[in-house]
Ligand binder design. Sequence first.
Ligand SMILES: C[S@@+](CC[C@H](N)C(=O)[O-])C[C@H]1O[C@@H](n2cnc3c(N)ncnc32)[C@H](O)[C@@H]1O
Length: 320
Amino acid sequence: MSPFLLTRTLPEDATDAALRADVLHGLTRCPKTLPPKWFYDAHGSELFEEITRLPEYYPTRAEREILIDRAEEIARVSGARTLIELGSGSSDKTRHLLDALPGLHSYVPVDVSESALRGAAETLLAQRTELSVHALIADFTGGLALPGTPGPRLVAFLGGTIGNLLPAERAVFLRSVRSLLSPGDALLLGTDLVKDEKVLVAAYDDAAGVTAEFDRNVLRVVNRELGADFDPADFEHVALWDPEREWIEMRLRARSALTVKIPALDLVVPFEAGEEMRTEVSAKFREEGVRAELAGAGLRLDQWWTDSGERFALSLATAV
Ligand SMILES: C[S@@+](CC[C@H](N)C(=O)[O-])C[C@H]1O[C@@H](n2cnc3c(N)ncnc32)[C@H](O)[C@@H]1O
């Protein structure tokens, strides 16, 4: 039986305090916002997996294509003995890397979703009895305390999740990733690319309405954790392309004027009819922008690979 360890670096009360702080801050400002990490309870993680299989949601297929094409090259160049994956979710695409890394000793998936980490570990360990998996329940935007596993280490951040951070947050995040890297370590970064608006909007507003349910899931999380009385049906899912910032915004639009009570915060939140609350940004990138953001954090872009449709890119970067 292979070793499996699950470490919670986020105490339950810290999660609770962070949710309270985010909801209080986000729902008392104008325009209202909620950060995307709160989508991912067990139901939200399942909905995200469903999204990855939708015909409109090309990023997962495009990134998988690159991983299949480049896994051996990534393995050769990195020589990784430890693979650390931030925001690992189901780790489904990761198996292409795991299969290609011959000397891999440890896999360290990091996620806020305990259910996603447990599900991923169960699937992986059923197939790879020799792998040591040390899963971390942690917020990748906080200081990460990584286990002492052998180097070289490859830090993977896939799925275009970096696009969910605002530019200033990305700068802080990339500097924190840089501080995790020792000489010989590398970062593998997945970024979705700027493309036709119709293709982008459809990826975040699918015909079957799965992304709309995912968007509204944050309201269910706030109801359950803070005793709020959001009726998800009162909110319409909206996906918009912002051509200046080059990001998609997901919003929830109130169908009518309403008020929501959040007893745990002693808060009553009024919404006007048609008022929109931002729940996610998903920035889209160009090669020069990625190179510049990496350089700003002390990282050098060594490889830039795209899928055959040039929809998505994987970058390999090392510390300068
Ligand atoms: C867009 S999904 C991508 C999942 C997977 N990497 C993929 O490529 O399919 C984002 C993942 O990051 C996790 N996540 C979001 N914000 C996080 C945070 N601040 N810290 C740790 N994990 C986070 C979510 O739970 C989810 O599993």
